[in-house]
Design a protein around this ligand. Structure first.
Ligand SMILES: *Cc1c(COP(=O)(O)O)cnc(C)c1O
Length: 411
């Protein structure tokens, strides 16, 4: 029995000869243009569709891009022009964000373990620091004082809840992220009294949520928590970053998130918000939902072999570029991402095959016992849902193969 694969994002079509089109371009032409495989292709028109859908569903709420989902320069520049902020989590991402069209005051820097040098660069540039601890706050204040600067500071809150069903837990209980909510009011007072520019609260409760009601509950709880903390601190936050957590369906059993419903509920929540948040702005920070479905990873079949009656298509790519598709990026159970033979897109499958990468480890499996049209060496495999947590979340150095190429289309 072959195994199911996840849903191919809607809208992908093929040329008359069956070649997959990405952003209206033939996959084989894109490979030629980029100079070979493995290749990540990002369709900017798909990202634009997502940004438009967000604006429609969340009028009046700021949209931030979480750069760690995909820091590829041309993609980042494209997104920076159409979002209200970039959220970064390292000095490298901060540099990429500062090099984009985003202005420093629209960049916020979260993440545990910010080094003194990174704090200094952020403070000099005017980037907002989302403080992860009291210790970090004191270091930031001291560094700013020594440099004669007024730092822009926000506090990341470790909430006492998380998005139900969230695939990655980043809130609730003991966590390395943010300051426990009970200690936030005192920290806010401390940084305001120290003369910092107070920027607000950052409350991120989880990732990869597909259930609208779970997100609605989390956003309600987040607004209520922000109000309570603002009351206790005695200072209203200029901005509350509500986190994000919008997921995309990766597997056969999953359904797309209903963002219109979430947007309507948030509008209601915000309309009824406590007076202390009357002048507060609100932002949602998204990575995966904005860019995940816009990416396709193309890799070439190097070998076709049989073993104990099973067919293996061996490719020049693998988990060193697209770790998540191999099932080794935090997944508990390995399930198949959507894949296709790019030259026979939409053609009826006629054989069961496993697609493996070129790494010498059994972990390197891009698709396990799926039904595909027959493919030969030289053919191209397309792995979908490669736009977020692909190259930048994969162990590129493992086994010393060359890096992937990247290209953006649809601008
Ligand atoms: C990773 C991260 C995000 C982005 O999460 P997605 O699931 O890609 O939307 C947003 N905010 C914070 C604080 C993060 O750490």
């Amino acid at each position: 029995m072959s195994k199911p694969m996840g849903p191919i994002p809607h809208g992908f079509t093929a040329a008359a000869d069956g070649m997959l089109l990405i952003g209206g371009r033939r996959a084989d032409d894109l490979v030629r243009e980029a100079g070979g495989t493995p290749l990540f292709v990002y369709d900017l028109a798909r990202v634009d569709d997502r940004m438009r859908a967000f604006r429609k569903a969340f009028a009046g709420v700021n949209l931030h891009y979480a750069v760690k989902a995909n820091p590829y320069g041309p993609l980042l520049n494209h997104i920076a022009k159409q979002t209200d902020g970039l959220d970064v989590a390292s000095a490298g991402e901060m540099k990429a964000a500062l090099d984009s069209s985003a202005s420093a005051e629209d960049i916020s820097f979260a993440g545990p373990g910010k080094r003194d040098e990174e704090l200094a660069v952020a403070i000099d540039a005017g980037v907002t620091l989302n403080l992860e601890s009291e210790g970090e706050a004191e270091r930031a204040l001291a560094i700013a004082r020594a440099r004669g600067r007024r730092p822009r500071l926000a506090v990341r809150v470790n909430p006492d809840f998380e998005i139900k069903g969230s695939a990655m837990r980043m809130g609730g209980g003991a966590r390395p992220f943010g300051v426990d909510s009970a200690r936030v009011p005192a920290l806010v007072r401390r940084i305001v009294e120290a003369g910092a520019e107070w920027r607000g609260l950052h409350i991120f409760a989880g990732s990869q949520a597909l259930a609208a009601d779970a997100l609605i509950d989390a956003q309600r709880a987040t607004v209520a928590l922000a109000a309570k903390l603002a009351e206790l601190a005695g200072v209203p936050p200029p901005l509350v970053n509500l986190g994000g957590g919008f997921g995309i369906p990766y597997f056969a059993t999953e359904r797309a998130l209903d963002v219109e419903t979430v947007g309507r509920a948030l509008a209601e929540t915000l309309a009824g918000r406590p007076a202390v948040l009357r002048d507060t702005g609100f932002a949602i920070e998204l990575g995966r939902w904005l860019v995940g479905e816009a990416g396709v990873y193309l890799t070439r079949i190097v070998d076709r072999k049989e073993s104990h009656g099973k067919t293996f298509l061996v490719t020049d790519g693998g988990m060193h570029h697209q770790l998540a598709a191999s099932g080794n990026f935090g997944q508990v159970v390995r399930r198949n991402y959507p894949v296709a033979i790019a030259g026979h897109f939409g053609v009826r499958p006629d054989e069961e095959a496993s697609i493996v990468g070129c790494l010498c480890t059994p972990l390197d499996r891009l698709a396990d016992e799926v039904m595909l049209p027959r493919a030969e060496p030289g053919g191209l495999v397309a792995v979908f849902l490669a736009g977020a947590y692909g190259r930048s979340a994969s162990p590129e150095a493992f086994l010393g193969h060359p890096p992937p190429r990247e290209i953006a289309v649809g601008d």
